[in-house]
Design a protein around this ligand. Structure first.
Ligand code: V47
Ligand code: SF4
Length: 390
């Protein structure tokens, strides 16, 4: 059955309100905040999944993107006290954490010499001594060593702190980092924008307006950025819609966002351990509504280290068209919060086969979604025996 027939069949069996929203989506009309809320409240998994899959295939066909990247986490020492964070150590307890020197970070970069990675993702805690100067120097060193490596770095939370300490405006700070070699920004630190939730889970870091202002400045500088949403804790459906609405509004103004990345709250070893994690069904519904609501975001990403590999495969039927990357990493932010993925690293062959196993077309991309290689017709045995893909 084609997607269209499938969707049509489902639309017939549901209530009038859902049917009307579904028809709007099929006609490529934007849905309102109220309609988004209705999808969360009344949409069944199969209904939302069929619609989201239709939209995903309308945009991207069967393509599922990934990139070859590695992460650097400069420190887990952090001046902030986000309740959901299992990873940070306060400055007063910095002996329990780690702080990498520029040399140590350059050693990590040099460890990838000759390997076909295209991106380094740099993100960590907010350390009071790792300032704008420290990071502009680091960016310069990375670019001198490997000019073609795309540097995606720093959440709006880290930048807000750095710019304020350096007494620079957001625009001035962003120009400086861009000139030093920063190519784009990841989407972290967004959490839930609504103050009723933000003031409970991460009261002391940059607020919604500050986060959005930094991303807007990056877009005006000609850089692309991502946006996240930490979901599945104390927020309501209305808070999720409010969050997505603010992002959709900014995207209407700038067009600078590449990817929306819902991040599932994990509850191990943090101050929100009493909060039950969301079910897989709720996770899939969230991905589907995100695909339907964020109509001006080209890409929807599932971050497999947090969801687990099989659930990440499942999201590919609920609107997702990107699985981040091979990551090859010592990333601790999720393993410390209870993710199944204790060693978040996949070879290219493993990632390609995960995507192929669910009938999708693996496409290696760079950070800006330029296609590097389509693996549709590549034999899995050939991939696993190719040393450059391990
Ligand atoms: O902002 C922290 C999240 C984010 C927990 O842009 C948690 O490509 C779940 O933003 N349970 C940082 N999540 C990571 C991030 C990211 C990751 C991958 C790709 C990109 C991208 C961005 O991690 C934080 C916070 O929302 N986080 N603790 C937790 N217990
Ligand atoms: Fe610091 Fe980020 Fe953890 Fe918040 S989530 S405490 S800003 S490392």
């Amino acid at each position: 059955m084609s997607t269209i027939t499938q969707v049509a069949a489902i639309l017939k069996t549901t209530d009038k309100e859902l049917e009307r929203i579904g028809e709007k989506i099929l006609a490529e009309e934007r849905i309102t905040a109220e309609e988004g809320l209705t999808l969360f409240e009344k949409g069944t998994l199969s209904y939302l999944g069929a619609l989201a899959n239709h939209v995903r295939e309308r945009r991207h066909g069967n393509k599922t993107y990934f990139n070859r990247n590695f992460h650097i986490e400069p420190t887990n020492v952090c001046v902030f006290t986000c309740q959901f964070c299992s990873y940070s150590r306060l400055y007063a307890h910095r002996d329990e954490g780690w702080e990498l020197s520029q040399q140590q970070m350059m050693d990590i970069v040099k460890g990838y010499d000759g390997k076909p990675v295209t991106e380094v993702h740099i993100v960590g805690g907010v350390h009071p001594k790792m300032n704008l100067e420290f990071f502009t120097e680091l960016l310069g060193k990375i670019k001198t060593h490997r000019p073609d490596l795309h540097i995606k770095g720093f959440t709006a939370v880290e930048l807000d702190y750095m710019f304020r300490k350096a007494k620079l405006t957001v625009e001035e700070g962003m120009k400086k980092l861009h000139a030093a070699g920063l190519d784009s920004m990841p989407g972290g630190g967004a959490e839930i924008f609504h103050p009723d939730v933000r003031n409970v889970i991460c009261a002391d870091k940059v607020d919604a307006e500050g986060w959005l202002k930094i991303h807007e400045a990056a877009h005006r500088e000609g850089m692309h950025t991502n946006a996240t949403m930490l979901y599945g804790h104390i927020e309501t459906y209305a808070h999720r819609i409010d969050h997505m609405q603010r992002l959709r509004d900014l995207q209407d103004r700038t067009g600078g966002f590449n990817t929306f990345i819902p991040l599932k709250f994990r509850n191990k070893d943090n101050d929100m351990s009493h909060v039950t994690e969301s079910s897989i069904i709720e996770d899939m519904k969230l991905y589907a509504v995100a695909r339907l609501y964020m109509d001006n975001f080209p890409h929807l990403k599932a971050y497999w280290p947090m969801l687990g590999r099989q659930n990440a495969q499942l999201t590919l039927s609920f609107g997702v068209n990107d699985l981040d990357g091979t990551i090859d990493d010592t990333t601790k932010i999720y393993s410390m919060a209870g993710s199944e993925e204790q060693t978040p690293s996949l070879t290219t062959a493993q990632l390609v086969s995960l995507i192929k196993q669910v009938g999708r077309e693996p496409v290696e991309r760079d950070t800006l979604y330029n296609e590097i290689k389509n693996y549709k017709d590549v034999d899995l045995n050939a991939i696993s025996q190719d040393p450059s893909l391990n």
